[in-house]
Write a protein that binds this ligand. Structure first.
Ligand code: SAH
Ligand code: DHB
Ligand code: MG
Length: 221
C-alpha cells in the first residue's frame, strides 16, 4: 500500500465526514499566508477530535498548542452551548492568527487563548484551580510531552479523555537512540503513559495526508 493510497483514502474520508467549510478553509489559508507551519491536524483527524470530545460530553476542553486555531475550531464545535476551550500557545504571532480564525468561525466567545509557554500557563491553571477539564488535547512541543502529562493529570477528573498528537512520528519512536528531542519526548511520553496507573491508555496509528503518525488516547480512571 502506497503513501499515495493513504492520501487518497484520507481525502475520501474527509469528503464524507469532514467536508471543508468556509471557516476551516479560511483558517488554513490565513495560517499559511501568515507563514505558520503546515502542521495542523488533518480534516479527518479534526473530525475525530470533535467526535471524541462529544463522546465525553465535554463542557470544558484544554488544548496545548493552538497554532492557527484549526484544531481549536473542531474542538469548540464539539462543546455544549455553555462550554469553553482554553488553548495554550507560546507564540504571540500564532495566537493572533488563531484569534482571527476563531472569530471568523464564530467560536471566539467560547475560546480563551492563553499566550505563553505552557510550562508557565499550565502551573498557573493548576494554581488557579481552573480544572477539571473534560477533554484535553496535547499538541505542542513534543520534548515537553512528559511534563505536559504530569500537569494535565492534575487538571483532569475521572472520565477525562487525554489525547496527544504525534506519538508515532513515522515510526521513529522505535529508535531508542534517536538524537531527535521530539522523538525522545514522544518515546518518554508513551512509556510514562503505559506505566501510568491513573489512566487506561493506548496508541492509535494513523496514516493519511499528514503521513504516518498517531494519537495517544488516555482515559482517566
Ligand atoms: N493544534 C494545532 C497544531 C499545533 S502545532 C492544530 O492541529 O491546528 C504546535 C504549536 O505549539 C505551535 O503553534 C507552537 O508555537 C506551539 N508551542 C510550541 N512550544 C510550545 C510551548 N512550550 N508552549 C505552548 N505552545 C507551544
Ligand atoms: C509536526 C506535526 C505536528 O502535528 C505537530 O504538532 C508538530 C510538528 C511535523 O510534522 O513536523
Ligand atoms: Mg500535531
Amino acid at each position: 500500500m502506497s503513501n499515495e493510497t493513504w492520501t487518497q483514502v484520507d481525502e475520501y474520508i474527509a469528503e464524507r465526514f469532514a467536508p471543508e467549510d468556509p471557516a476551516l478553509t479560511a483558517a488554513l489559508a490565513d495560517s499559511e499566508a501568515a507563514g505558520l507551519p503546515p502542521i495542523s491536524v488533518s480534516a479527518a483527524q479534526g473530525s475525530l477530535l470533535n467526535l471524541l470530545a462529544q463522546a465525553t460530553g465535554a463542557r470544558t476542553i484544554l488544548e496545548i498548542g493552538t497554532l492557527g486555531g484549526y484544531s481549536t475550531i473542531w474542538l469548540a464545535r464539539a462543546l455544549s452551548a455553555d462550554g469553553k476551550v482554553v488553548t495554550l500557545e507560546a507564540s504571540p504571532k500564532h495566537a493572533a492568527v488563531a484569534q482571527r480564525n476563531l472569530e471568523r468561525a464564530g467560536v471566539a466567545d467560547k475560546v480563551e487563548i492563553q499566550v505563553g509557554p505552557a510550562q508557565e500557563t499550565l502551573p498557573r491553571l493548576i494554581a488557579e484551580q481552573a480544572g477539571p477539564f473534560d477533554f484535553i488535547f496535547i499538541d505542542a512541543d513534543k520534548e515537553s510531552y512528559p511534563a505536559y502529562l504530569a500537569w494535565t493529570l492534575e487538571l483532569a477528573r475521572p472520565g477525562t479523555l487525554i489525547v496527544a498528537d504525534n506519538v508515532i512520528r513515522n515510526g521513529r519512536i522505535l529508535n531508542e537512540t534517536s538524537d531527535d528531542v521530539n522523538v525522545q519526548g514522544a518515546r518518554r511520553f508513551n512509556d510514562l503513559l503505559a506505566a501510568e496507573p491513573r489512566v487506561t491508555a493506548t496508541l492509535l496509528q494513523i496514516v493519511g495526508s499528514k503521513g504516518y503518525d498517531g494519537l495517544a488516547l488516555a482515559l482517566v480512571k
